[in-house]
Design a protein around this ligand. Structure first.
Ligand code: RB5
Length: 149
């Protein structure tokens, strides 16, 4: 199950992603927004990310104008590893190496065709584990207030 969310700037691209998920029979829950009316991205970020942390959803896909603000908000939710991506390599490697559980896209940066490719590779790439797990653990240790040095 994918948690999908956006602000107003991300709304048109979020709708395209929603159609893509439907066409590909990928279950999702859309936390909004549902209209192009102005809304603050942190609210959608928290709603979607809470569903990942609770286990209701496996991953989140979030869209704002740049993908940056919504990723900053998402990364404040404990347990979330959000990556703002605008290229295929980044979207693939943030799964392989960072075990990202939240993809953030910028509707004012990335076109629909490219964005759907990023969604596809993000959803279909498995974490490599191994040495990368240690680094993920360190990220989570920082989140828990531990000193790494
Ligand atoms: C909204 O105008 C815009 O600031 C927001 O979508 C996002 O790009 C912030 O990072």
């Amino acid at each position: 199950m994918i948690a999908l969310g956006s602000d107003h700037a991300g709304f048109p691209l979020k709708e395209e992603i929603r159609k893509f998920l439907e066409e590909n029979n990928i279950d999702y829950t859309d936390v909004g927004c549902y209209t192009p009316e102005s809304v603050d991205y942190a609210i959608s970020a928290q709603k979607a990310c809470d569903k990942v942390v609770s286990g209701e959803c496996d991953k989140a896909i979030l869209v704002c104008g740049t993908g940056i603000g919504i990723s900053m908000a998402a990364n404040k939710v404990k347990g979330i590893r959000a990556a703002a991506c605008s290229d295929y390599f980044g979207a693939k490697y943030t799964r392989l190496h960072n075990d990202a559980n939240c993809l953030c896209l910028g509707a004012r940066i990335t076109g629909v065709g490219e964005a759907l490719e990023l969604v596809d590779v993000f959803l279909h790439t498995e974490f490599e584990g191994g040495r990368h797990q240690r680094r993920i653990d360190q990220i989570m240790d920082i989140e828990n207030g531990e000193k790494l040095y």
